[in-house]
Structures are given as structure tokens and as C-alpha cells.
Design a protein around this ligand. Structure first.
Ligand SMILES: [Zn+2]
Length: 359
């Protein structure tokens, strides 16, 4: 018995396997449905803890009230190596703390995987390099953006498993429970991309629970409107091709199909061993409606989900040239303002608001 334990311990240490994670049960969440409802009713800015990471760090979250009953969610730092994405979400928090108002009520999680962001920061010379330090929680971990449940199905906190039957990392478990409780109509997932030619703002096509397309026009128009705002203020959104053939389609994703047709999805992200780069992304899961769940409170419409790819993973301070630092700081501000003014503004508003505040 003891030998078996030691063997398991050693093999996980030698292979650097992620520690086994248990599903976080609903009763053990630091945030509760009651607290979220209270925030929506009181309509005051508030900071709260989403939960704790694998290394027991707090995952911080902020609530800011909007002028409507619609809810939005902003996520940064899904990939800890993409430090600029965290700069963007933090700048957004500062703008809202300074009193700027938005149309949507919003929860902002500036850094979903703070353990991984710290790993990236621990090696300053490698920030933004192809080493990708901080992208994965451990050497053998699944890509944090490829561990979502089966599209069309709700997240089940009793098993904590993704579409491929793998245990979802604790940070994503907490995110999924927040989404199912807060029920945002729209989500923006702020990433960063090393190839600055692909920087920009993208939208996933919404479908019903069986994958039938519901229409891409308003989603793509929202993404393009955000991209135009960034472009007009001097930021780089090269991936949106605004001056030749404007697009809200991420270059690796299948072409959106007309309403009523079956929408193909990209189920393979980066090519990694043991299928660690494969699985369902947040974009695919969120943009697919959930119907017929055993728990009807988990049913929801397809959410609008925008993926922002900030060009370059470094923070402004990581650039050597002072003029480049200045440009990057300005660009962080433009990207965060585009979220505040367009994404959280009264643009392409969904058919109906969430029902959380009214229950
Ligand atoms: Zn990313």
C-alpha cells in the first residue's frame, strides 16, 4: 500500500502530471447566487473572490452595475503567458472605478489563472517568447481554453468533467459555475497573440443545442464595431482586415454558415501531445444554447461571445524602447476603452435580459 502510494507520487512528480482535482461543489463556492442577486439589486461596484486556485491564491472578481438589466462577463488571463490581456482587464477595472458607466451590468475576472501569470512573470527575459511559460498550468496540462463541457450541455458541478471526460481545472470550474449563476448575455474573453498580424476582435457563431446556426450577423457586427473603435483610436487590429475584407472570423475557425445550417466547430487548438490542445473552447461552449437539462435552471440561450486577441503578449513595461512602451500603454487603454464603450455599451443588445435580478 505504502509502496503503491510512493510510486504514484514519484510518477506524478517525474512526469510533472497535474494534481488530481475534485469538482468544486455548489455549496462550497465562495460566491453565492444570493450575493450575486444582492449586487444586481444594490447596483454598487463590488470586489469579490471567485475562488482559490490550485496553489491557493484568490481569484479576484469585480462587479460594476450597468444602466440596464443585461449582464456581461469579461475574462482576462485564461492563458497566464498572455500578460497583456491582464493589463487590458485591469485598465478596464480602473476606468469603471473612476466612475465611467456602462449599459450592461458586468463582472470582470482580470486574471483567471493567476498561478500561471506568476509563472510567466518569474522569468522576465522569456515574457512573450515562444517558450509560452505560463500558458499551461503544468507541462502535461490540457490547454486552459480547451477544457469546456460538451456543447449544448450544461456544466455539471457534480462531476467536473469536460467534453472529453477530463477533469476541468479548478479555475475553469469556478468560471463555469459563475456563468451558470450570473447568466451573462455576452462574454468577452481577452487573450493575446504573439503574431501581431492576427491581433483583433473575433466572434463565435451562435447555434442551438444541436449545432444549427442561429445567424452570425449581429455577432460579427459587434466584433467589427469594437475593432473599428480600436482602429480609429490608433490601435492595431490587423486580423480584422478592416481595409480590405472586414472579418470577425478567427483565422483558425471554420467559416460561419447561413442560419438553419449545421455549424462546424474547431475542436483542435494547438497541436500538442496526448490531445492536450484538443477539446471544446469557451467560445464554442458559450455560443451553443443549452436546452433540456435535467436542472431547468441551467438551460440558457446561446451567448454572444467575443474573443479579443491583443497583439503581443508582453506588458508595456516589458518593451525595451520607451517609445514602444508608450505606444503599448496607449494601445492597452484603447483596447480596454473599446470594451467599456462598445462591448458594454448599448450595441447589438440581445433579445432579452437575464432574469437573475428579477427572481
Ligand atoms: Zn490565449
Amino acid at each position: 500500500m505504502r509502496i503503491a502510494f510512493i510510486v504514484i507520487f514519484l510518477s506524478s512528480w517525474v512526469l510533472n502530471l497535474p494534481a488530481r482535482e475534485l469538482p468544486v461543489k455548489k455549496d462550497n463556492l465562495p460566491f453565492s447566487e444570493e450575493n450575486l442577486k444582492k449586487m444586481l439589486i444594490e447596483k454598487r461596484p463590488a470586489e469579490f473572490i471567485l475562488g482559490q486556485t490550485k496553489e491557493r491564491r484568490n481569484i479576484e472578481a469585480w462587479f460594476f452595475p450597468g444602466t440596464s438589466d443585461y449582464n456581461a462577463l469579461v475574462i482576462g488571463g485564461v492563458h497566464g503567458s498572455e500578460l497583456s490581456s491582464i493589463e487590458v482587464t485591469r485598465a478596464l477595472i480602473q476606468q469603471l472605478l473612476a466612475g465611467s458607466k456602462s449599459y450592461y451590468n458586468v463582472i470582470i475576472i482580470p486574471s483567471l489563472f493567476p498561478d500561471n501569470a506568476l509563472k510567466a512573470l518569474s522569468s522576465p527575459g522569456r515574457i512573450g517568447s515562444t517558450d509560452n511559460l505560463g500558458r499551461y498550468s503544468m507541462t502535461a496540462s490540457v490547454d486552459p481554453n480547451r477544457q469546456m463541457p460538451t456543447p449544448g450541455k450544461a456544466y455539471d458541478e457534480n462531476n467536473g468533467l469536460d467534453h472529453l471526460g477530463r477533469m476541468i481545472e479548478i479555475e475553469n470550474q469556478l468560471l463555469l459555475q459563475l456563468i451558470q449563476t450570473f447568466k451573462p448575455q455576452r462574454i468577452i474573453n481577452v487573450h493575446a497573440i504573439r503574431n501581431t498580424g492576427y491581433g483583433g476582435v473575433y466572434a463565435d457563431p451562435r447555434t442551438d443545442n444541436t449545432g444549427i446556426a442561429l445567424g452570425y450577423l449581429s455577432d460579427s457586427q459587434l466584433a467589427i464595431t469594437i475593432a473599428r473603435y480600436i482602429d480609429e483610436h490608433g490601435g492595431n487590429v490587423n486580423g480584422n482586415n478592416l481595409y480590405s475584407n472586414p472579418t470577425a472570423l478567427y483565422y483558425k475557425d471554420p467559416e460561419p454558415v447561413p442560419t438553419g445550417n449545421f455549424q462546424k466547430r474547431n475542436m483542435a487548438g494547438s497541436i500538442l501531445d496526448s490531445n492536450r490542445g484538443s477539446g471544446v473552447s469557451l467560445g464554442t461552449w458559450a455560443s451553443t444554447a443549452v436546452t433540456n437539462d435535467i436542472d431547468p435552471s441551467k438551460n440558457r440561450d446561446a451567448m454572444r461571445i467575443i474573443t479579443m486577441e491583443y497583439p503581443g503578449c508582453k506588458r508595456p513595461a516589458d518593451y525595451k524602447d520607451p517609445s514602444e512602451q508608450l505606444f503599448q500603454q496607449k494601445q492597452v487603454d484603447i483596447y480596454s476603452s473599446s470594451i467599456r464603450i462598445i462591448f458594454l455599451g448599448n450595441y447589438y443588445v440581445e433579445d432579452k435580459p437575464g432574469n437573475m435580478a428579477k427572481k
